[in-house]
Write a protein that binds this ligand. Structure first.
Ligand code: CDP
Length: 804
């Protein structure tokens, strides 16, 4: 009964707003096979594209014979660079200010590079025709090692850049050099290191790996020649940016292009970039006048679309004898592959790597990153991390461990001694960031207590003694990590992609009967936006989350936004949602005042209604106000209840966490059993605790994969050694460890609801926790640094090399 008074608590409960573990509304369709993915789309008379790819990592293309392929019944066209050149589409700009071949233009630079695009009326005919295209290659010397690529006599990879001594990010000092990016005070850092009581130094390699979303990349391009409208359905993490790029490349006016990201089976950074497949499908659709679908297979995805990491990081950390850090210096040799196609904000060629001082109060620091071309696939995407944050977190968390060894101290104590204190926030880092809020000591102490840290160390020491007596062959490793992320790119003044400032947006329409639709510039890829953004709104406007539809991913209907990656959705689009909600509420207050015949200021907001101050029986609910906004003529007010907000965040948000991993390692087999994994995350105000837990489980599992086995490895002639799921480690429920999650809640002071991002934290913090556990098990036997991934063979090798 609507009229029966219900308690305030019941009204709050009914909204399912902030803090409620609301079940994911998306899952109704996902669990019943009703998702709508790109490859589900079948348009009338649709054609299918497939690529001829290079088997060589570096070769000259001397001839391409398409005749046999064209003769195959069902084949419509075979495109090569020669066909694209008149349209000036044989090369395309990259997000990093470089350019990339769409189809091989005279040479190929990595295995799997796109050489020709076959279009046929059937997917299988297209695949058969790929085998009939005869390409002659003349092999060239291959470089897959970035250090060798910088040697004076290294082969010239990018002949198109011959003689260019500067690029998008400044001076190039070698024909395979891309840029040197520097942050911090180099001289002051060197001075402190030179006179330090203790210096620890290490080369830390974060290997090349690759996101592995369930759905690979693909699109369906459909040119409607009659209306001059191009529609592209695709696996895009930033649909509006794709629309802008498509307009700039094709010359088609932006309002005549509609980009739709339907359900996306995971992104993890893999679907941020622009790939040759998109360009070729669009051209083929324009040329043939028919829709053209291109969907890559798993091997193509792992071999040719954007990789992640591949950073060689040389760290030097200085400290006093009692463990107070005084300086940090890092030099990175960044292997970018054949083209610089990193997906980073324009002014940050190494992303947010300069968050490398981590959770520690380090007075002076310096970072230098050299980008290098090699004969590997291009990319450098933020695989579940905010633009190279995971590399930075891995380096600092390894350097803390190496420093602890140098000092002969417990690594937990070194961390606690150097944390930025709660009273130091907002904290200005030596490398230029302003951390918004944090309480690291509280989180750290909670984590150590939860795992029984001292008992664990005692047990570990006893195990070592038993090992030495020959009573066991298993060691215990305790992996510690305290990470700080930087997410929510970003203030428009310093973050842009291809010149588009990194704001985000939300547009809300309230319907007369008290339900609503909100459209956002972001796009969920499994994160549950339809669930959580409705919760933000429910708390802001007092309509139940179940009565609010969230829609994303259609550029014809959604307001312009920069998309979803780098955990930016909650910090930026989440903020836009709250702000648009507040505009709705402001207008609703005026309507309520009119209806209740009082002054605006005489009303106060109470969960789902405006109440006359001091007269709680006199109120108007949001549903009543919504109806009135459409059916009453209110003097001085336009009808309707709608609002839009474009939000430019004043700062990033800085989530953090404390993780502990306990491993049992069998030194004879190299098998590492994860006995315990405790993850404490602080993402500020928590919107949906259940979704956060799901995000943490997923991120930790990807971290486990990366740390313990997942990699993209090349042999000396540039063959990808693990391009199938037989060789590429993707953990199943069988391998995945059990996780215990926990939290503290330190709101962001500048976010409208105090929320920080969380999607990527577990990957950022998880990798060093797993890796530190492996290292820690062997610390007493003299291990300082061993490269990931720590698969069984590599762990066995550590034990073997230490003579165990
Ligand atoms: O940008 P992306 O969606 O990948 O990452 P995110 O902003 O960290 O959000 C991931 C999911 O966690 C979304 O459904 C968020 O709304 C939810 N979340 C939350 O419930 N509370 C937070 N403080 C942060 C995120």
């Amino acid at each position: 009964n609507e009229l029966a008074p219900i308690s305030r608590e019941d009204r709050v409960e009914k909204l399912k707003g902030l803090g409620h573990s609301r079940k994911r509304v998306e899952d109704v369709r996902f669990t019943q096979g009703k998702g709508n993915y790109v490859d589900d789309l079948k348009l009338p008379s649709m054609l299918y594209g497939d690529f001829v790819r290079s088997p060589y990592a570096h070769a000259r293309v001397t001839s391409i014979d398409k005749s046999a392929a064209l003769a195959l019944p069902g084949v419509v066209a075979v495109l090569t660079a020669e066909d694209l050149a008149p349209l000036n589409l044989h090369w395309m700009p990259t997000l990093a200010g470089d350019k990339q071949m769409v189809l091989a233009d005279g040479k190929v630079l990595f295995q799997g590079q796109e050489v020709a695009f076959v279009v046929a009326n059937d997917r299988y005919v297209a695949a058969d025709a790929v085998d009939l295209v005869v390409v002659e290659y003349e092999e060239l010397p291959v470089v897959t090692d970035p250090f060798k690529a910088l040697e004076p006599d290294a082969p010239v990879l990018r002949e198109d850049l011959a003689g260019q001594t500067s690029g998008a990010h400044g001076e190039r000092r070698h024909h395979n050099h891309i840029f040197l990016w520097e942050v911090g005070d180099k001289q002051a850092t060197e001075e402190v290191i030179a006179s330090a009581e203790v210096v620890a130094e290490e080369m830390v390699y974060y290997h090349r790996t690759h996101p592995c979303p369930l759905e690979t990349c693909g699109c369906v391009a459909s040119m409607d020649a009659v209306n001059g409208k191009l529609t592209i359905h695709g696996t895009f993490q930033a649909p509006h940016v794709v629309r802008t790029v498509a307009s700039l490349l094709s010359g088609i006016e932006e309002h005549k292009i509609r980009v739709i990201s339907p359900d996306i089976g995971g992104g993890f950074g893999n679907k941020v970039g622009v790939y040759p497949g998109y360009v070729c499908a669009i051209v083929a659709s324009i040329v043939t006048g028919k829709p053209v679908k291109w969907i890559e297979d798993r091997m193509e995805n792992l071999t040719a679309t954007a990789f992640a990491r591949d950073y060689w990081m040389k760290g030097r950390i200085a400290a006093t004898k009692d463990g107070r850090i005084t300086a940090l210096s890092c030099h990175v040799t960044a292997d970018h592959g054949a083209f610089d196609a990193c997906a980073d904000p324009t002014k940050f060629p190494a992303g947010f790597f300069s968050i490398v001082t981590g959770s520690y109060d380090i007075p002076v620091a310096y970072v230098g990153v050299d980008g290098v071309y090699t004969n590997k696939a291009p990319g450098g995407v933020a695989y579940r991390c905010s633009f190279r944050v995971t590399e930075a977190a891995y380096l600092i968390e390894r350097m803390i461990e190496v420093l602890a060894i140098e000092l002969g101290m417990d690594a937990a104590e070194v961390r606690a001694k150097n944390f930025i204190r709660k009273d130091q926030f907002p904290y200005q880092s030596a490398l230029g960031w302003e951390y918004d809020s944090g309480d690291y000591h509280t989180a750290w102490n909670k984590a150590l207590k939860a795992v029984g840290y001292e008992d664990l160390r005692r047990e570990q020491a006893e195990r070592v003694e038993a090992f030495k007596r020959g009573e066991t062959r298993k060691l215990i490793g305790i992996g510690l990590t305290h990470f700080t992320e930087i997410v929510g790119a970003g203030p428009v003044k310093n973050c842009d992609i291809l010149g588009m400032g990194m704001f985000d947006s939300c547009e809300i329409r309230i319907h007369p009967t008290g339900s609503a639709i909100a459209r956002l510039g972001t796009i969920s890829q499994g994160q549950g936006h339809a669930t959580t953004f409705a919760q933000i709104l429910a708390s802001e406007i007092g309509l139940p989350a179940d009565s609010i539809t969230i829609e994303e991913g259609d550029t014809d209907t959604a307001p312009y936004g920069l998309g979803t990656y780098g955990s930016r959705s909650t910090p930026v689009a989440g903020a836009a949602t709250a702000m648009a909600g507040r505009k709705i509420r402001a207008k609703a207050q005026m309507i309520a005042a009119y209806l209740l015949e009082v002054h605006d200021g005489d009303l106060e907001w109470d969960v789902d209604r405006f109440v006359v101050k001091g007269a709680p029986e006199r109120f108007k609910t949001m549903a009543e106000i919504a109806y009135a906004s459409y059916n009453q003529a209110i003097p001085g007010l336009e009808p309707g209840l709608e609002a839009v907000s474009y939000y430019d965040p004043p700062n990033m948000t800085y989530p953090f966490g404390a993780y502990v991993c306990v491993m049992e390692i069998d030194v004879d087999t190299g098998v590492a059993d994860i006995r315990q994994f405790y993850a404490l995350d602080d993402c500020g105000t928590r919107i949906n605790p259940m979704i956060i837990e799901g995000q943490v489980h997923g991120g930790l599992t990807e971290a486990f994969a990366i740390a313990m086995g997942q990699e993209i490895a090349y042999d000396e002639i540039g063959n990808v050694k693990n391009a199938t799921l037989m060789d590429f480690f993707l953990p199943t429920a069988w391998e995945t460890p059990h996780y215990v999650t926990d939290f503290t809640e330190t709101p962001s002071p500048h976010h409208p609801i105090g929320a920080k991002g969380v999607g990527e934290s577990p990957n950022v913090g998880g990798v060093p926790a797993f890796s530190n556990a492996v290292h820690d098990a062997f610390r007493v036997f003299g291990l300082k640094q061993a490269h990931m991934p720590h698969d069984h063979w590599r762990i066995w090798k550590i034990a073997h090399d230490l003579g165990l």
